[in-house]
Design a protein around this ligand. Structure first.
Ligand SMILES: [Zn+2]
Length: 500
């Protein structure tokens, strides 16, 4: 069984005076957090303990009881009558921050020592403990009661006393079968929300390696992400190689065009106003709109990818690694737009990964080298061209591909998504394969580029196929390639899908 956590976000409905209570409650929570962070800093050894032991130790250091009348650093000096569950939530929040801070500090010290040992100057600044605290208050059991779909009773610090208040809730209902975590009071702008983490258990089909090596019928959904019109092209394929379905997720041009328009507007506004004020965001509204479009686009696309995988009962989702953004020349709006389209690909991957995980689907990534240049059927180098042009050469970003080795013709993005899927299965088939003739030939030749890559690729079979793409001129690619994709019998036919 595997576990997945999601957060249910609900809107709280309250009178204007109660917003001040929530704010006072959060301020107090942060005061208590800051206090405990100081206590931990004064007793760093606490961090060697488990969270549970650390909690006990910290309470002993701070909390007055009959048995413990004179603690070292009494919490009462900061705030009196803190409910136990409020205190514990704050302690755990402080512990989290302290663990993160001290591990950063340790990493910094290590890097510093390493640099000094080599006689180098070390310029990096040390991490600093948080100067301001802006944590959201967690409501442990005892700080809330009588929860229903439409209301909850919360215990909050009003600024003068502790008080129970009943708040109406709207928004998503809590699922019945899930396990609830402690809700948190979250402020966004002027509105307060209740966020409740929920845990769900689902049946896991094992690691990707296990699925791919033990079940030839495991369905893999491979995804090629683009910055052109076809934002995502997904193909479902079994491990043995049958291609079951493909879908094109469109809309790239609309997002790109819209974003470019806004970026152009920002550039013109900046030109008009001249110097930009330091530490002040210009064109706030336009930037917000851009951010919103990117965010929403990434959610829509990732959602459709996972829906498609689910619909075809795929249990593995595979992308290519993003690689580096190659800066291009051009106007501010063009450069900025490409950068954002590239970031959006990263976002789509991250969102798809967590959405897939919730659906019991595992996600992996493969080497991106030449995924668009390789023929999915025979692994030779393909020609990439636009409709109406001769099928030769390689026009970056063109929609069609043709393979002169095996005669495959089809959509370039679909071909890339097939190659991505193949690389995942090749990764686990590696041990059974003798080195390809091509590899031997390369090693003998001792070509400058070939050797270091060969060395690197020992554990990464995905590079092998990538090299086949380069090797078209040797005329060996076809034999090696044919063997690798034997099972893909119908790919030539399948690849001839019309552009949707
Ligand atoms: Zn081919």
């Amino acid at each position: 069984m595997a576990k997945a956590t999601t957060t249910i976000k609900q809107v709280l409905n309250y009178g204007p005076e109660h917003a001040a209570w929530f704010a006072a409650n959060q301020t107090l929570f942060n005061q208590v957090c800051a206090f405990y962070f100081d206590v931990i800093q004064a007793h760093v050894k606490i961090l060697d303990l488990s969270n549970k032991e650390a909690l006990t130790a910290l309470e002993k250091l701070t909390h007055i009881t009959q048995r413990n009348p004179a603690p070292v650093m009494p919490l009462d000096e900061v705030a009196e009558d803190i409910p136990a569950m409020f205190r514990r939530a704050a302690i755990n929040a402080a512990l989290g921050s302290a663990r993160s801070f001290f591990s950063h500090l340790a990493r910094w010290q290590k890097a510093k020592e390493k640099a000094e040992a080599k006689g180098k100057k070390f310029h990096e600044r040390p991490p600093v403990p948080p100067r301001t605290w802006n944590k959201s208050a967690s409501l442990y059991a005892g700080m809330w009661k009588e929860r229903s779909d439409s209301s909850i009773v919360l215990k909050v610090w009003t600024g003068t006393c502790w008080s129970w208040m009943k708040v109406r809730i709207t928004g998503r209902e809590l699922p019945i079968d899930a396990e609830l975590g402690s809700p948190q009071l979250i402020r966004k702008g002027n509105q307060w929300y209740l966020h409740t983490p929920i845990e769900r258990q689902f049946k896991s089909s094992g690691t990707i390696e296990k699925q791919v090596t033990t079940n030839k019928q495991t369905k893999i959904c491979s995804v090629d992400l683009n910055i052109n019109e076809n934002i995502a092209v997904c193909t479902i394929r079994t491990v043995e190689g049958s291609i079951l379905a493909t879908t094109f997720i469109h809309g790239g041009q609309r997002v790109n065009g819209f974003r470019k328009k806004l970026l152009g507007r920002i550039a013109r506004n900046r030109h008009k106003t001249g110097i930009l004020a330091e530490n002040e965001q210009d064109n706030v509204h336009l930037w917000n709109t851009i951010r919103h479009v990117d965010e929403q686009g990434a959610h829509l696309v990732s959602n459709r990818i996972v829906q498609f995988a689910k619909q075809h009962e795929a249990t593995v989702l595979v992308f290519e690694h993003l690689g580096n953004l190659k800066p291009t020349k051009g106007k501010y709006s063009k450069r900025g737009n490409e950068k954002r389209a590239f970031w959006m690909k990263g976002r789509i991957f991250r969102y798809a990964r967590y959405k897939a995980y919730h659906a019991g689907i595992l996600t992996s990534r493969v080497n991106p080298r030449n995924t668009s240049r390789e023929c999915a059927r025979c692994h030779s180098l393909v020609a990439r061209y636009a409709e109406g042009q001769p099928a030769e050469g390689y026009t970056y970003g063109a929609p069609l591909v043709a393979c002169h080795q095996c005669g495959m013709r089809g959509n370039a993005d679909r071909n890339a998504s097939l190659v991505i899927g193949q690389r995942l299965t090749q990764r686990y088939q590696k041990q059974e394969k003798p080195p390809t003739p091509l590899l031997a030939k390369r090693e003998r030749k001792g070509s400058g580029i070939g050797l270091p890559q060969d060395a690197k690729s020992r554990n990464r079979p995905s590079l092998q196929s990538a090299r086949h793409g380069d090797s078209n001129e040797h005329g060996t690619a076809q034999e090696t390639g044919m063997r690798m994709v034997e099972p893909v019998s119908d790919s030539a036919h399948q690849l001839r899908l019309p552009l949707e």
